[in-house]
Design a protein around this ligand. Sequence first.
Ligand code: ZN
Ligand code: ZN
Length: 306
Amino acid sequence: MEVTFFGTSAGLPTKERNTQAIALNLEPFSNSIWLFDVGEGTQHQILHHSIKLGKVDHIFITHMHGDHIFGLPGLLTSRSFQGGEDKPLTVIGPKGLQQYIETSLRLSESHLNYPITYIEIDNQFTYHHKGFTVSAKLLNHGIPSYGYRIESPTTPGTIDVEALKSIGLYPGPKYQEVKAYDNFEHEGQIYNSEDFKGPAKPGPIISIFGDTKPCQSELSIARDSDVMIHEATYIEGEKTLANNYHHSHIEDVFCLIKQANVKRSLITHLSNRYNYDEIDTIRHQLKANENVPHFEFVKDFDTFKI
Ligand SMILES: [Zn+2]
Ligand SMILES: [Zn+2]
């Protein structure tokens, strides 16, 4: 799998950084792309990349602030002309999302040539799709803002050919049965398929947070994530200021990384006051402290393999 950032700025775009949008490429599990948040201009950013809008079959929205949703009407309309015709789309997000999209499309007399299914979420949200399980929890951001936890499918263990040969079962159609079923029969005897396979490999866990100040539900979303994507609007200065504005300070994110046993953290939604050089300077200062866990500040168009 792969994650690409199309916008990493908080609140407003800058000359270098657009507002929020994250694309999750589900290959090899599924030939599709999920978008998380669609800040204004996301479709322009995607034009600079090989991703095609027709491949986007799910859009998840974390919360209704403009820097996370103002790109939706344009992107949805363009999808009709960029490979999306007749390809269903599922849009998932907080209450009010459907009304926002439908009102924008109706008043601008825009017509889509594909169906949209809307799912408006609450704190109990759980969703299953092609072996993926996505759950959401409410954060603390002044308006309803959600964090998503994506659990990828488990890859079954590979067939142990030598073990099968040892019971006289040589490669052939029967191997499909061993792969597909819990038990199989060979020369009148029933065998447990698991005894003839390597260990199953759990798929990666990815957590993607909406804007938030520190809160209890963060832990259950982030726990044991292979990759966590989190905001840090404030990467220096007073922590209380960040939290007063319902945002996270970089120190909050460091705490969460440690508490939740996060393996890799990609930090986005940095204040629009910084350019890349300034972000790099602050990154060096932070990394000079040996107690700081591993983290990365992401840039627009950065792609990470998962
Ligand atoms: Zn934001
Ligand atoms: Zn926000």
